[in-house]
Design a protein around this ligand. Structure first.
Ligand SMILES: [Mg+2]
Length: 253
């Protein structure tokens, strides 16, 4: 297999399952670290901060600096600072998302004349917040969502995900939102921009065809599907566009 300069890993189902590390992935990452090859972790999870994700990795024996961990919240903040210089941002979302924006020195406002409206999951969202976001978008703000998930499973059944609220604001504001989470290619674009890689230098490794693999395909880099999580190899083989490599697990590299 070709050797890449930057290995971008999904987390859940690729590096760990819940609290348990996937041994073959952990060994592969140790090997990259020993050889001084660059690695990044990219996850649609925006509820955990990079520090929390760092400690989840530490529990499975992977020591990684937070600078290598790209949650959809962190990546949203970096994307705005790369593409909307000096933008004033109106935000609906968790404290984690707001902190990520402030960390990138992005100015936040409650004002309805913002340059960008950012939406992440907010469990205290109400009519007024959504109404304000729709007005800000009609006033010309770009609408950016951390992730597109319409729903997520819970013990009660499915509950509304961030994408449900973003679509609502987009419909009223008559705009097409930009999504940062996979399968959008934005997370890989942000890493490429920050570190100056060529697409040929990068590879995306993930278990979920519809998020991970499509993210890599849309970005235009090589992809490795591992049969350790959501999408089985059997299901992947039926897809029209195939990943560059289909592996049982990362011991095959
Ligand atoms: Mg996954």
């Amino acid at each position: 297999m070709k050797r890449y300069k930057a290995y971008c890993f999904d987390l859940d189902g690729t590096v760990y399952r819940g609290n348990e590390g996937i041994e073959t992935a952990v060994r592969f990452i140790h090997r990259l670290q020993e050889e001084g090859v660059e690695y990044y972790f990219i996850t649609n999870n925006s509820s955990k901060t990079p520090t929390q994700l760092q400690s989840a990795l530490a529990k499975i024996n992977i020591e990684a600096p937070t600078s290598r961990i790209y949650s959809s919240a962190i990546t949203t903040a970096k994307y705005i600072s790369q593409h909307y210089k000096n933008a004033i941002v109106h935000v609906i979302g968790s404290d984690g998302l707001k902190e990520a924006l402030v960390e990138e020195n992005i100015a936040l406002t409650d004002d309805l004349n913002a340059d960008v409206v950012v939406m992440g999951i907010d469990q205290t969202v109400d009519y007024m917040k959504l109404a304000k976001a729709t007005v800000a978008v009609q006033n010309g703000a770009t609408l950016i969502g951390t992730n597109k998930d319409i729903k997520f499973p819970s013990e009660f059944g499915f509950l509304p995900g961030n994408g449900s609220f973003v679509e609502l604001v987009a419909n009223v504001g008559n705009t097409d939102p930009i999504y940062v989470g996979k399968p959008s290619p934005v997370m890989l674009e942000v890493i490429q921009e920050e570190y100056g890689y060529d697409k040929e230098d990068m590879v995306l490794i993930g278990d979920n065809y519809d998020t991970d693999i499509l993210c890599g395909i849309q970005f235009g880099c090589d992809t490795i599907h591992v049969n350790t999580g959501v999408t089985s190899t059997e299901q992947v083989l039926k897809k029209e566009i195939q990943p560059t490599y289909c592996l049982e697990d990362l011991s095959e590299i």
